[in-house]
Design a protein around this ligand. Structure first.
Ligand SMILES: *Cc1c(COP(=O)(O)O)cnc(C)c1O
Length: 391
């Protein structure tokens, strides 16, 4: 095999997948068990329970053997029945995208769409229910990663519950990096995965499903069965004495076990704090350097990803590739509707350490200088350090 001609990155500060914790890497090299070995059946059950502890829910979590994107599509297929009216909340690429999946299953859809640098206003959700009391399912992306913006999930969750509707939330890039749990926010289908804030490898999905949501799926005549899109097939698969619908990703389950150990042993509050501090230091540095945040207000800027507007006279592609070529630092560009408009710095998992704010400022600023764009890198570093010192 010939060696790859492109060197590995020195530091990965992408918006996901992210760098993985050493403890998770070690777990991924554990022996791969036969899935019907009683050892593995009990192990799978214990991982589903550990996930529930992290999610702060009573029932073991649903562990799906796919990436979160297909798991969100499967949620649409399983939950949304032919008589359901859906309220889709779109403040970014993922939020807008859910509506296209929903369209395959729903009777009707109401959509609230805001510019992709803004957040959903809970008052608009309340107004939608007034106008359309038939809304049965509401879909929300908590952190729309291509925009680096956070939606007010608690306020929205309360409104949805007060109207007796079901709330489906994509929390893929927020859970594990900030204080958000399904029960606090009245979420009925809460979807997350190991490849973002939890600092694991991508490839599986972890879901908390409420009793009400299971009942709705069971009553849905079109809910898929014997299909990769089926939630119901996997409902009881966590039990050591129940069969798996197909072979679980054994090595990835080893990784998931370590992901939740890492999170619970460090302590969730500590983990959230370093995510928030790294993001705050990065934002301060970005502004002091003379650059502009993508989020319309800093109040909605994510503690797990910072999106920065690409300055005039520079392209996103040149900025991202120069940072990598000159410094070995990997950033993400935009995605979908934000492609070409933003550079994104991930503060997730092991990259959520304040020192990486200064790394990010140096690499972003250094790359812009190389491209002939004037920025005050020193002021950016000082501002980031000031936030870290105060934190
Ligand atoms: C990463 C991410 C997903 C999952 O997308 P994949 O392509 O499966 O990695 C879903 N939603 C959001 C908001 C994400 O950031």
């Amino acid at each position: 095999m010939s060696a790859p001609t492109i060197k590995e990155a020195v530091v990965t500060l992408s918006a996901g997948p992210v760098a993985v914790y050493p403890s998770v890497l070690r777990a991924l090299s554990r022996p791969v068990a036969y899935h019907y070995d009683p050892y593995f059946q009990h192990f799978f059950e214990s991982v589903a329970k550990k996930a529930a502890t992290a999610l702060r829910v009573k029932e073991p979590a649903l562990l799906l053997q796919v990436e979160p994107a297909p798991a969100i599509e499967a949620a649409a297929a399983s939950l949304i029945g032919p008589e359901d009216t859906v309220l889709n909340l779109a403040s970014g690429v993922y939020g807008k995208g859910f509506g296209y999946w929903s369209a395959r299953y729903h009777k009707d859809m109401v959509e609230i769409e805001v510019p992709f640098n803004e957040a959903i206003d809970p008052a608009d959700v309340a107004a939608a229910f007034k106008q359309r009391p038939d809304i049965k399912i509401v879909s929300l992306v908590h952190h729309d990663t291509p925009s680096g913006t956070i939606n007010p999930i608690r306020e929205i969750g309360k409104i949805v519950r007060d109207h007796g509707a079901l709330l489906l939330v994509d929390a893929v890039s927020s859970f594990g990096g900030m204080d958000v749990h399904p029960d606090d926010c009245h979420v009925d289908v809460f979807i997350t995965g190991p490849g973002k804030c939890l600092g694991g490898a991508p490839g599986t999905t972890v879901v908390a499903v409420s009793e009400r949501a299971w009942a709705h799926m069971e009553a849905n005549p079109k809910a898929p069965r014997a299909s990769i899109l089926s939630y119901l097939d996997w409902k009881d698969a966590w039990r050591h004495d129940k069969p798996f619908p197909f072979t679980p990703s054994v090595a990835e389950i080893n990784g998931l076990d370590a992901v939740f150990d890492q999170y619970l042993n460090e302590g969730p509050e500590k983990v959230w704090r370093r995510h928030a501090l790294t993001a705050a230091a990065t934002r301060a540095g970005v502004k002091a350097m003379g650059l502009e945040l993508w989020a319309k207000t800093e109040a909605i800027a994510s503690p797990t990803t910072t999106a920065i507007r690409v300055p005039d006279g520079v392209t996103e592609q040149a900025w991202v590739s120069t940072a990598r070529d000159a410094f070995g630092v990997v950033f993400s560009g935009g995605f979908g509707a934000t492609a070409g408009k933003v550079l994104r710095v991930g503060h997730m998992g092991p990259a959520a350490e304040p020192i990486y704010a200064t790394t990010a400022i140096t690499a972003m600023g250094g790359a812009l200088r190389k491209l002939g764009h004037k920025v005050d890198v020193g002021a950016g570093i000082e501002a980031a350090l000031a936030v870290i010192a105060a934190g």
